[in-house]
Design a protein around this ligand. Structure first.
Ligand SMILES: Cc1cc2nc3c(=O)[nH]c(=O)nc-3n(C[C@H](O)[C@H](O)[C@H](O)COP(=O)(O)OP(=O)(O)OC[C@H]3O[C@@H](n4cnc5c(N)ncnc54)[C@H](O)[C@@H]3O)c2cc1C
Length: 466
């Protein structure tokens, strides 16, 4: 067990995260942001450099906004979460939040695009404007392609926002989201090439074609290339066992060779019993340690269609893995003390981290705050207890519905609980890793920030991907 004074040792955290990747995060993230902004403003810059005759400011504003927005929309394909060079640097949560925020912002911009053209004095093709350089083309192809892309974008974004309220299967929503996005990309590109005053320029025309090719490549990568690779590298279910109320442990092993290399804390998309070309796959954190190279273990909580059927999966069933993804790892983060927070099944990636620390003989002080509703929901209790003998580990169990005679903590892992757990300790110098329900993550993050922990020392992941 770790005493308060042990954790109070002078702990330092290297925020720059010398991750086991080629490019450090502190370099990669600004480069990715700069590249993104450059691509967004490139079409407007190219249009401006054409020095075409002036026209109504509303028309140019409309064209400029539409070009920026459409470039951003095409970049959304890259942000859809399956590209490790994006999500491993900024994390899957941030990737998806950015994806949604950008989609919603750009949609508002695109919404006003057609209306700006019809404001002010009319600018239909004038007899004197034979090259149509000073007027807007309202020809049927231009209007129709623009209208289709415009409506499809609104529908795709609205369906994303109201996905939960609408109900229905996640797989059906994902298929419709993908098809809608392709309609926006294809018709939007044709519209830009046909109607765009500036896109008639060869450079801009090639830019839009390249963006469309990039968008189609990302789809081909996720739905064709990866499944082909998965089919050549199948896994087999080794065991399935119930470990707590509505909670299962699933272990898979590669049919040949080693498991995929990963860092403790990462997750994969798991497909059990379906073709790798199907959409039936779900994200799950790996609960085993990377040192266990012969197999991958998962802790799965029953929620919906797939997770409720886990108990029926037979050993020997075929499985496919896409990953690893995510950046909720402590690997490469030069912290000399770690605080782990797990809520319910959020223990899965935390287990992987703890098992990795144990297998690596890591003796840094670690504090685990593990919250559940009821005592029977605590998983791997004995293994966790054993770890306290092998690691410099202290565990605090929290139950929101404690049984009589419970000698752990009662209630949630809230501000008061944190103050108690860290009493006399310098919380600001620890690396904090949080996984669990969103309200738990948000309240712990807010409490840590209020206590002076720099945000770069807090890493978290919520088990929700939309
Ligand atoms: C990064 C990450 C790691 C996770 N790790 C774990 C874990 O270790 N253990 C665990 O029990 N749960 C984990 N989850 C949650 C788990 O993915 C969902 O509970 C599971 O997918 C639900 O599937 P279902 O078919 O049973 O339920 P459904 O009713 O079909 O889905 C419930 C919700 O789960 C999400 N979901 C479903 N299918 C997918 C999909 N293909 N891709 C993305 N999201 C989907 C959607 O938000 C959906 O609304 C994790 C989620 C994420 C994002």
């Amino acid at each position: 067990m770790v005493s308060g004074s042990t954790v109070q040792k002078r702990l330092t955290v290297d925020s720059d995260v010398a991750r086991k990747s080629l490019v450090p995060t502190r370099v990669a993230v600004p480069v990715l942001i700069a590249l993104y902004i450059a691509i967004l403003v490139l079409p407007v810059t190219a249009a401006w450099l054409q020095e075409l005759p002036p026209r109504k400011w509303q028309d140019d504003l409309s064209s400029g906004l539409a070009m920026c927005a459409f470039a951003g929309i095409m970049m959304e394909f890259l942000l859809s979460g399956r590209f490790r060079f994006v999500s491993s640097y900024i994390g899957i949560d941030t990737t998806m939040r950015v994806h949604q925020l950008i989609a919603r912002t750009l949609t508002i911009t695109v919404l006003v695009h057609p209306f700006l053209y019809v404001t002010g004095t009319p600018n239909y093709p004038m007899p004197w404007d034979t090259t149509r350089q000073a007027s807007v083309d309202f020809g049927p192809t231009c209007v129709l392609t623009g209208l289709i892309a415009w409506l499809a974008l609104i529908i795709v974004v609205a369906m994303g926002i109201f996905r939960e309220q609408r109900g229905g299967s996640y797989e059906a929503w994902r298929a419709s989201h993908g098809i809608g996005a392709v309609v926006v990309a294809v018709f939007g590109t044709v519209h830009a090439l046909e109607a765009g005053r500036y896109s008639a320029d060869a450079f801009l025309a090639w830019f839009w074609i390249a963006m469309l090719a990039m968008a189609m490549f990302t789809l081909a990568w996720v739905y064709l290339v990866k499944p082909i690779w998965q089919r050549q590298n199948p896994y087999t279910v080794r065991s399935v066992r119930r470990i707590a109320d509505r909670t299962w442990e699933l272990v898979v092993a590669p049919a040949r060779g080693d498991v995929i290399p990963f860092e403790a804390g990462q997750f994969v998309w798991l497909n059990v019993g379906h073709s790798p070309f199907s959409l039936n796959e779900n994200p799950f954190s790996i609960a085993s340690a990377p040192t266990e190279c012969g197999q991958l273990a998962f802790v799965i909580k029953e929620v919906g269609d797939f997770t409720r059927s886990i108990g029926k999966v037979e050993p020997g069933a075929e499985a496919f893995i896409d990953g690893p993804h995510g950046n909720m790892t402590i690997a490469g983060r030069n912290a000399s003390g770690i605080a782990l927070y797990a809520g319910g099944v959020g223990i899965a990636p935390i287990l992987s981290i703890l098992r990795d620390l144990r297998d690596g003989g890591d003796l840094r002080p670690v504090l685990l705050l593990y919250g559940n509703r009821a005592e029977e929901q605590i998983v791997y209790r004995d293994e966790l207890q054993e770890m306290t003998l092998l690691l410099d580990l202290e565990i605090e169990h929290f139950l929101s519905e404690p049984p009589e005679g419970w000698n752990g903590r009662s209630g949630m892992i809230d501000e008061a609980a944190l103050d108690e757990a860290f009493e006399g300790r310098d919380v600001a110098v620890l690396l904090h890793v949080i996984c669990g329900p969103l309200p738990m993550i948000e309240s712990i993050e807010a409490a840590l920030l209020a206590r002076g922990v720099p945000s770069r020392q807090i890493i978290s992941e919520r088990f929700y991907y939309d």
